[in-house]
Design a protein around this ligand. Structure first.
Ligand SMILES: NC(=O)c1ccc[n+]([C@@H]2O[C@H](COP(=O)([O-])OP(=O)(O)OC[C@H]3O[C@@H](n4cnc5c(N)ncnc54)[C@H](OP(=O)(O)O)[C@@H]3O)[C@@H](O)[C@H]2O)c1
Length: 367
């Protein structure tokens, strides 16, 4: 394999999430829908997919879609594949070295590829820090033999992610490549921006993936998604009610909470990104309608060059290809209204975590 650039030079600002092709988020994950969504996303300039062995059967569906003749124009080196290891089900994780190796090899087969661009340790809050550190070591060995290009950790609690990143850097003499956290840079909760990014930088991490810009479907008209596995969303009823009120308010002004939330998340990610430190956004979308809408919305904040998504802050203005100053101002006004409606639910955390600075012990809660 050719010399590898630092991840920050190749990570795109916009990534498509693969959880939408799983039983968690939908009751009917299927090959045709997956192929249609991926094909449309690629046509619209997306070139990165994030999935997990846990999002059954997403890896197989994505692998089959990418191998289909309709996608043959896209060569493997032209797109980014990110997956995860360690989390097996809602109640089970396995971070043993043997399972990590097995899981990576299985992902390679399922995704029909000879290498994975990024492998994350998935939801590290459900195992001990020692288990995660050991698993990172296994992934680094797999980097050395070319099966994986970059190594990351993912989860919800920011302080824990930062602490494990610091410890991994001490142990392995190099920072981990990327941290992924979800629903922490949204209109409901922006803890990632307020506290997380600096902590991650302090651990030497240069790339962050901010996923779930709609707080996993909470910030939209239709309410949280319910798949075959039932209603797993951790938002309590009070927060769901506040989100419903917010969505009615935004609708009454002729906008949708989903679009507003997506622009907010991507803008804040852009705002924090420089040539030294990048925050990419991982978006959801399980149908052609959603992909079309989300990409049209992202275009108001980002721009494409030769059809491929580009970082704004590394170039010129804060506006995207189709955005306007009027819209920026209007979004700020509507967002303030949403924050008022959220009231005490604003910045409510799905798990109880001590302030990252205190370094206190994190008590995991099953999400
Ligand atoms: N622990 C982790 O590592 C972790 C955790 C969470 C997410 N992620 C990654 O981030 C990706 C995105 O997360 P997410 O799915 O939670 O993202 P999200 O954007 O917060 O929520 C996506 C859900 O919202 C709905 N949606 C999407 N676009 C919409 C639109 N324009 N209008 C109305 N509803 C819309 C869809 O539900 P319907 O299908 O019901 O329409 C979709 O399932 C995941 O696929 C995964 O790759 C990782």
């Amino acid at each position: 394999m050719a010399t590898k650039p630092p991840l920050i030079q190749v990570l795109p600002p916009l990534i498509l999430g693969g959880a939408g092709f799983s039983h968690q988020l939908t009751s009917n994950p299927n090959p045709l829908r997956t192929r249609e969504v991926l094909k449309r996303a690629f046509e619209l300039g997306l070139r990165a997919i994030d999935t997990s062995a846990y999002y059954e059967p997403s890896e197989e569906l994505i692998g089959a879609a990418l191998a289909h003749r309709e996608m043959a124009t896209y060569k493997r080196h032209e797109y980014f594949l990110m997956t995860k290891v360690g989390r097996i089900s809602a109640t089970k994780s396995d971070y043993s070295p043997a399972w990590i190796r097995h899981s990576v090899h299985r992902s390679l087969q399922r995704l029909r590829t000879t290498y994975l661009d990024v492998v994350f340790c998935h939801d590290i809050e459900f195992v001990s820090e020692e288990n995660v550190l050991e698993a990172i070591g296994v992934l680094l060995e797999m980097v050395a033999v070319g099966k994986i290009r970059y190594v990351g950790i993912s989860g919800y609690p920011i302080g824990l992610l930062a602490r494990v990143a610091r410890r991994a850097r001490q142990l392995y003499g190099r920072p981990i490549d990327v941290i992924q956290t979800w629903a922490q840079l949204t209109l409901q909760n922006n803890r990632l921006e307020r506290e997380g990014l600096q902590l991650f930088k302090d651990a030497g991490v240069q790339c962050v993936c901010s996923s779930s810009p709609l707080a996993s479907g909470l910030l939209r008209d239709e309410g949280v998604p319910v798949g075959t596995l039932g209603d797993w969303h951790p938002a309590p009823e009070g927060l769901r009610q506040a989100a419903r009120q917010a969505s009615q308010y935004v609708k009454s002004l002729g906008e949708s909470l989903a679009r507003l939330s997506l622009r907010y998340a991507i803008r804040r990610a852009q705002y924090s990104s420089t040539t030294e430190f990048s925050v990419a956004t991982i978006i959801g979308g399980t149908s052609l309608t959603e992909v079309d809408e989300n990409i049209a919305t992202a275009l108001q904040v980002l721009r494409r060059e030769e059809g491929i998504w580009q970082w704004n802050s590394k170039g010129d203005s804060e506006l995207g290809e189709t955005g306007s100053n009027e819209q920026l101002e209007e979004d700020a006004l509507i967002s303030n209204g949403v924050k008022l409606i959220m009231g005490e639910w604003r910045n409510y955390s799905f798990v109880q975590e001590p302030e990252p600075q205190t370094g206190g012990l994190f008590v995991p809660t099953k999400l």
